[in-house]
Design a protein around this ligand. Structure first.
Ligand code: GDP
Ligand code: MG
Length: 332
């Protein structure tokens, strides 16, 4: 069954969407986006008379405003034009439903599987976490460590952001908070050496997962990329199949800028997944759809708040539900 059908059936009571803790986290984390999006859609439909060019222009403006992105917006808008033409969808409810359906379709196109993290089942898993300053790398690592420890995995952290002394200290604090060992080096030292030490220690302790924090000086792009490459080479040499994941962290509140960062990192590093942080702090959570449309990298985690259990594995069902619940309800 398709994603939209499933959500629709849930609303008419034919399928039970359990209000789990996860559903609540998504609903709360996406509240700003949902409220703003629902409000603007309601305004659009308040004066609804017919679907004409003005209507499409207003709709495109709303979607662009929610950071759905140009490509995805045009796809939705064009698909809706076809729908109106062929299926003769004219009533307010039909048109609303068609809009949501098109947005869901952007997600459904390839698959609706929950993207999983690649773990090394018989040995150490190394996850390299990259991204520019302030996007939430260190915080995400702390939250990830907490998630894995809850699954009874032993986690070690590597303080690979040696550029600022504060960054090392910040990771140490997270390590204490979640109960994970942190391997550190000197401030200003070679991050690749920290990674080397961390791998050795993680292996000695029989750890399951090593999470590697990195620096994110974009103003010095070439150096940064070289530094990341060096860390990656060490991991490749010391751990078979490693790094199992290279996660690029993006700050959802920076909108299209996040997209630019993703494209830059993708050019030089083999990014295997994205973490979209601070979705709770923006009304532009549509960025997930833009990313889906324009980049061929799966979103693996979303940050829905600042506390330790506010990182969730990305689940398209929960995301769509959290984004449109009020609208879907209304259009039925
Ligand atoms: P780094 O420079 O990439 O390591 O970024 P930090 O981990 O230091 O995070 C920068 C700021 O973003 C901190 O104040 C974090 O608390 C905040 N932050 C990170 N993730 C989230 C999130 O999902 N939601 C919110 N509201 N804040 C976040
Ligand atoms: Mg940091």
């Amino acid at each position: 069954m398709g994603l939209f059908d499933k959500i629709k059936r849930a609303f008419i009571g034919e399928e039970q969407i359990e209000q789990t803790e996860v559903t609540e986290k998504y609903e709360k984390g996406l509240e700003k986006t949902r409220k703003s999006f629902s409000q603007r859609m309601n305004e659009l439909f308040a004066n609804f008379r017919t679907v004409d060019e003005d209507f499409f222009e207003d709709l495109e403006e709303i979607l662009i405003g929610a950071d759905v992105g140009y490509e995805a917006t045009m796809e939705i808008s064009d698909a809706l034009r076809q729908e109106v033409k062929f299926k003769n969808a004219k009533s307010e409810g039909e048109v609303q439903q068609a809009i949501i359906e098109k947005m869901v379709e952007i997600y459904e196109k390839d698959n609706t599987e929950k993207p999983t993290i690649h773990l090394n089942n018989d040995g150490l898993t190394v996850i390299l976490v990259v991204g520019v300053n302030g996007v939430g790398k260190t915080t995400t690592i702390g939250k990830m460590a907490h998630l894995y420890q809850k699954e009874n995995k032993k986690v070690v952290l590597a303080a690979g952001d040696t550029f600022r002394a504060g960054a090392i200290e910040q990771l140490v604090v997270w390590g204490e908070r979640v109960g994970a060992d942190v391997v550190t080096g000197k401030a200003g030292g070679d991050p690749a050496a920290v990674v080397f030490d961390a791998i050795r220690q993680a292996k000695q302790q029989g750890a399951d997962v090593l999470l590697v924090d990195t620096a994110g000086r974009l103003q010095n792009k070439v150096n940064l990329m070289n530094e990341l490459e060096k860390m990656k080479r060490i991991i490749e040499k010391e751990v078979p199949g490693g790094p199992q994941e290279v996660l690029l962290v993006l700050d959802a509140t920076t909108g299209q800028n996040a997209m630019v960062q993703a494209k830059q990192f993708k050019q030089t590093t083999n990014v295997t997944g994205l973490v979209l942080t601070k979705l709770d702090g923006t009304a532009k959570g549509g960025i997930v759809l833009a990313i889906r449309k324009e980049l061929d990298i799966p979103v693996k985690y979303v940050g829905l708040g600042e506390s330790v259990d506010d990182l969730q594995e990305f689940d398209p069902n929960e995301y769509i539900y959290g984004l449109f619940s009020e609208l879907i309800q209304k259009s039925l």
